[in-house]
Design a protein around this ligand. Structure first.
Ligand SMILES: C[S@@+](CC[C@H](N)C(=O)[O-])C[C@H]1O[C@@H](n2cnc3c(N)ncnc32)[C@H](O)[C@@H]1O
Length: 252
């Protein structure tokens, strides 16, 4: 399983989807204030269609670099940059496992929902740590491993072996069955407006690489690298979903 497959997957599934600005910014403010990022350099690792890069850039960061391996997502991000008429943000096609930046280059490294889609999440985190300055801030949102994760993985590992051309149809059929269950959650997930359930299902069950962790594993890893945990949100993702946990940590 290689990164090209992941890039191609995100070229198909999320290329046009941009989460709502206001709600994403509201969520972003749980972690950073404009004062904290003023004149800072930011890496948005696995930026996707770029909403968080734009939010950092719009809130006073000196320069934001969004990187991703999905060309389609990066095209959408470039258009978003034009729409917001921002000069202090750039989008580059790069692999977070092998970043082309020198050591201790960024003040803030933000990786929302991305390291767990790489072939080697801990190598990815090591790369993010390498390019982060001392006293810099690292933000990681990572899929939570629960006692039920194995059920999700049985379904994903079964569905992923069906012919690719049937994936959209399977997702649509599953969406019909799952919509009553998801309805309740989607009502709370305002920033997911405009996103179709069948696309969510594609992301749940057809994404080529998905790793899951317990918060203690990520915390232990960060602390072993000399990080001080500043904030921890258990099972509370950008959209109040229970699939991610988040660490904000300071590099000592
Ligand atoms: C779930 S999306 C999250 C996008 C964005 N961070 C957000 O929150 O809107 C995961 C992103 O990680 C990217 N990705 C996966 N592996 C990557 C890698 N090795 N290097 C860079 N980006 C990667 C995918 O292409 C995809 O855009």
């Amino acid at each position: 399983m290689n990164k090209e497959k992941v890039g191609k997957f995100y070229d198909v599934v999320w290329t046009k989807y941009i989460p709502e600005y206001e709600d994403s910014e509201k969520h972003w403010k749980i972690f950073y204030s404009a004062d904290e990022i003023k004149n800072k350099t930011v890496l948005d690792a696995g930026c996707g269609t770029g909403i968080f890069s734009i939010i950092f850039a719009n809130n006073g960061a000196a320069k934001v670099t969004g990187i991703d391996i999905s060309e389609g997502s990066l095209n959408t991000a470039q258009n978003l940059k034009k729409k917001f008429a921002l000069e202090n943000v750039e989008f580059l096609k790069e692999d977070m496992l092998h970043l082309p930046f020198p050591d201790e280059n960024f003040d803030i490294v933000w990786a929302w929902g991305t390291v767990h889609h790489t072939t080697d999440p801990f190598q990815a985190i090591n790369e993010l740590i390498r390019v982060l300055k001392k006293e810099g801030s690292l933000l990681l949102a990572v899929y939570t491993r629960t006692r039920l994760t194995f059920i999700h993985e049985i379904i994903r590992n079964t569905l992923i072996h069906t012919p690719k051309k049937t994936w959209k149809l399977i997702s649509k059929i599953l969406a019909v069955f799952l919509s009553p269950v998801v309805f309740f959650f989607k009502k709370r997930e305002k920033s997911r407006k405009g996103e179709k359930l069948e696309e969510l299902i594609m992301d749940w069950y057809f994404v080529p690489i998905r790793h899951y962790y317990r918060p203690s594993e990520i915390q232990g890893f960060l602390e072993s690298k000399g990080f001080q945990i500043e904030k921890f949100l258990p099972a509370s993702g950008r959209f109040n979903s229970t699939s991610n946990f988040i660490f904000k940590a300071l590099k000592k």
